[in-house]
Design a binder for this molecule. Structure first.
Ligand code: MCA
Ligand code: AMP
Length: 501
């Protein structure tokens, strides 16, 4: 099936072998078989082609999580398009940049946002898709004519996912068919996913974690997913006795640990709990083992690479480490242009079939991070012990990770500094018991500007998860002799802010 299409022929292989086998289970709805999944994807592909999609055209998508949205991903790739998912939290002003930069030929959005979004992509065909599957996309899919699989090879683009930059504008990471397929095959094998698995899928599907790590791996392995609209601890605990695996960000684990229904009995059928996207505290690892009898398997990845390292499936899962380089992924730790000695800190660089093709229309940015010989400079600071286990100890990039979402302080600072009466600002991440890190702004402004003014203004231009949870007004920012703002001093000053929340 779909032999001409490098990624889809593999993702659909299990559907061809066992079309009636369940792919998705959803509360209150009939199960969706693998045949049904790809049937819908084909009809969407036909609708996209009728809307004028050409090979390599971007399909920009900002919709609530639904199975139809998964079919839209598959249908886009089947039709030869490039899937471009966008966080549902993005505001219209954030979307204006993404749509302007990516110049999609098709945009799919929530019906409620259609009037605001359509003018941002002049010339694009706009469909809408609601969380219940209603809207013009599925109407067009229902009546679309015949469909031919697009011919797409390993090196062709399958997706672009935007990641923010430490300076300047967000960058679209270009991922090829081979990038996605090679990583999904590695993860299926390394984590022992088979058609006996039932994966709890509560992650959003606009990022690599929920879209590629969870969905592609399950598709490839022939596994079923319990498909949830979002994270709800009660729903997860209801599903757990029927499930064998779960993937989540650390916030999933800390929140579930607060629920007394989490017991070895609830987790009796589970074989694997995987965590990633942000650091999992060693303490959470220990508490989880005490509560369930399972040792969480922590792994490390990036939008630009999918997954790079993982703790072993069968060997020792070491709390506080992200494990070893995955098969096929080369990893080195560099400082001052050379590899460091074991135990010394440096920046992680990775190379392999998973490493992206570069940033969309940004050759200079690509050249800054992707070396000509294929090594990607990740910006993550780490040490590797004598056994090869990697521990991430910090970031060379100024980045906050809140509940698994990346927040670039520079972007928030620029939005604050643009406000009338603000002189300057520094945005920092502070330890947060629920989100890992919480965003905090420290602002110097004239006396007329209040915290509420700033919060009110940011609500219009920044996604909720980027908005500071606290804003401090100060007379001046601490600086070193070179005049550089000392963020460490600010982090120390406000360190316990979220301790009791
Ligand atoms: C929601 N809020 C947040 C976050 N999520 N604030 C900061 N950080 C967040 N992550 C806001 C809400 O708007 C709300 O604001 C308030 O915080 C509380 O919301 P709550 O209902 O508790 O949030 P939630 O809807 O339960 O969401 C929390 C969540 C979610 C389940 C942790 O953020 C999530 O699904 N995160 C997963 C992110 C992810 O998939 N990352 C993968 C990136 P108010 O109450 O004021 O309205 S891919 C990646 O990183 C690489 C490739 C990798 O390695 O995986
Ligand atoms: P993103 O841009 O959303 O793909 O985020 C990638 C970044 O998330 C990485 O560069 C790391 O800084 C971070 N990250 C992902 N997994 C882990 C992990 N297990 N531990 C620590 N940081 C992680």
């Amino acid at each position: 099936m779909y032999e001409e299409n490098h990624l889809l022929t593999s993702l659909a292989h299990q559907a061809q072998q066992a079309p009636d086998r369940v792919f998705a289970r959803r509360a209150g709805l009939p199960d969706t078989s693998r045949a049904d999944l790809f049937d819908g994807a084909e009809r969407i592909a036909a609708a996209l082609l009728e809307a004028g999609l050409n090979d390599g055209d971007r399909v920009a998508v900002q919709v609530e999580k639904s199975l139809e949205a998964v079919q839209l991903y598959l249908g886009t790739v089947l039709a030869g398009g490039v899937f471009l998912p966008l966080n549902t939290a993005y505001t219209v002003s954030e979307l204006a940049y993404f749509l302007g930069d990516a110049t999609p030929s098709v945009v799919v959005c929530d019906p409620a946002k259609r009037d605001a979004i359509a003018p941002l992509a002049p010339g694009a065909h706009v469909f809408d898709l609601a969380s219940d599957g209603s809207g013009s996309l599925m109407q067009a899919a229902a009546t679309a004519g015949s469909f031919t699989t697009a011919r797409r090879g390993p090196d062709d683009l399958a997706a672009i996912l935007y990641t923010s930059g430490t300076t300047g504008r967000s960058k679209g990471a270009m991922l090829t068919h081979a990038n996605l397929l090679s990583n999904a095959e590695t993860l299926r094998d390394f984590w022992h996913f088979t058609d006996a698995d039932v994966l709890i899928h509560a992650l959003p599907i606009f990022h690599s974690h929920g879209l590629f790590v969870a969905t592609n791996t399950a598709l490839l392995a022939g596994a079923a997913v319990i498909f949830m609209p979002g994270f709800d601890p009660e729903a997860i605990l209801d599903a757990m006795p029927e499930a064998t695996a779960m993937m989540g960000v650390p916030t999933f684990y800390t929140r579930l640990l607060q629920n007394t229904r989490l017991t070895p009995q609830t987790a009796r059928n589970m074989r694997l709990f995987i965590s990633g996207s942000a650091p999992l505290l060693a303490e959470t690892h220990r508490q989880w083992e005490a509560a369930t009898g399972h040792r969480i398997l922590e792994r490390y990845g990036m939008t630009e690479t999918n997954m790079n390292t993982s703790n072993p499936y069968e060997g020792e899962r070491r709390a506080g480490t992200v494990g070893l380089p995955l098969p096929g992924v080369e990893l080195r730790i560099m400082a001052d242009g050379a590899e460091v000695a074991p135990g010394d800190i440096g920046v992680i660089e990775v190379r392999g079939p998973n490493v992206f093709k570069g940033y969309w229309q940004m050759p200079e940015k690509t050249a800054e991070e992707l070396r000509p010989d294929g090594w990607l400079i990740t910006g993550d600071l780490a040490v590797q012990d004598a056994d090869g286990y990697v521990s991430i100890v910090g970031r060379a990039k100024d980045l906050i990770i809140s509940g698994g979402y990346n927040v670039y302080p520079k972007e928030v600072e620029e939005a604050i500094d643009d406000l009338e009466g603000v002189e300057e600002s520094a945005v920092i991440g502070l330890p947060h018991p629920d989100f890992g890190e919480g965003v905090v702004a420290v602002v110097v402004a004239n006396g007329a500007v209040t915290e509420a003014d700033i919060a009110g203004a940011l609500a219009h231009c920044l996604a909720k998860f980027k908005q500071p949870k606290h804003i401090f007004m100060v007379d001046e920012l601490p600086r070193n002799a070179m005049g550089k703002v000392q963020k460490k001093e600010l982090r120390d000053r406000y360190a316990g802010l979220f301790a009791t929340q």
